[in-house]
Design a protein around this ligand. Structure first.
Ligand SMILES: [Zn+2]
Length: 253
């Protein structure tokens, strides 16, 4: 159920243990072929599917689309807020949910640049409101084995504007893709222990801009392996896990 579509008295009818979900996305460059809205669109679609599956067992807040994309700012069109702004803004939004008495709050993340600050947000709010449970769920972490089985590219093929994200946009909004510009970028390695891909991560972090990480292409990975069918499968597999996790947080009565 979408929070914003309810009347105030209808919202007041909800059990306060109902999970309340906020998607934090991004509006930023996704290579020459994908739209700026990619991460926001992916997050929105997951929550549409969760909404269809769970109905009034879940409350979905209005999306925060512009988040932390400072590392993408050398590419035209990327929008960003600072970590400080995001921390303050998202905490304020979620504290208004707390003020109405809700006790299960889930940050649903669809952008890598929100991982660190998202963790800070739930830690900060958790300390401030010990009576409330705060969670962060990031879509590519929810079904790792199933997603790894879908990956056809080599290590490094799934990252940004990659095999997976391109597949997902092919499924939800193919009209927004400039297919003629799809091109893979090989892994830009500096130290082997810092090499990462979305599903595997790395042993150590080496901070680099997106331009450095992608040799100036804006693409981290292998979008040439993308298909709409794969995109649909990713949405189905991850949504099944998301729905299961949300149901565990607040079992249907
Ligand atoms: Zn993305």
């Amino acid at each position: 159920m979408k929070w914003e579509n309810l009347t105030s008295p209808a919202l007041d009818e909800f059990d306060r243990s109902t999970p309340v979900i906020l998607n934090v996305g991004a509006i930023e460059q996704h290579g020459p072929h994908l739209p700026l809205v990619t991460d926001a669109l992916i997050g929105r679609h997951f929550l549409e599917l969760a909404d269809q599956a769970l109905g009034d067992q879940v409350l979905i807040l209005p999306q925060v689309a512009v988040c932390c994309s400072e590392h993408h700012m050398s590419f035209p069109g990327s929008l960003t807020v600072t970590h400080e702004t995001m921390l303050a803004y998202v905490c304020d939004v979620l504290q208004s949910v707390v003020a109405h008495g809700f006790t299960n709050i889930v940050l649903f993340n669809s952008h890598g640049g929100n991982l660190a600050i998202g963790q800070v947000i739930i830690e900060k709010l958790g300390h401030r409101h010990p009576e409330v449970d705060f969670f962060m769920l990031t879509w590519w972490k929810l079904a790792p084995d199933a997603l790894r089985a879908l990956q056809e590219s080599e290590f490094g093929g799934v990252g940004h504007a990659c095999e997976f994200e391109t597949s997902m946009i092919m499924h939800v909004a193919p009209e927004l893709i400039d297919t003629g510009t799809i091109k893979d970028t090989p892994l830009q390695s500096t130290y082997a222990w810092a090499d990462a891909d979305l599903l595997t991560g790395s042993r150590g972090a080496h901070q680099r801009s997106m331009s450095e990480l992608t040799a100036g292409t804006g693409v981290y990975g292998a979008p040439s392996y993308a298909t709409a069918e794969k995109g649909e499968k990713i949405f189905t597999l991850v949504t099944a896990e998301l729905v299961k996790m949300l149901s565990e947080i607040c079992p249907p009565s």
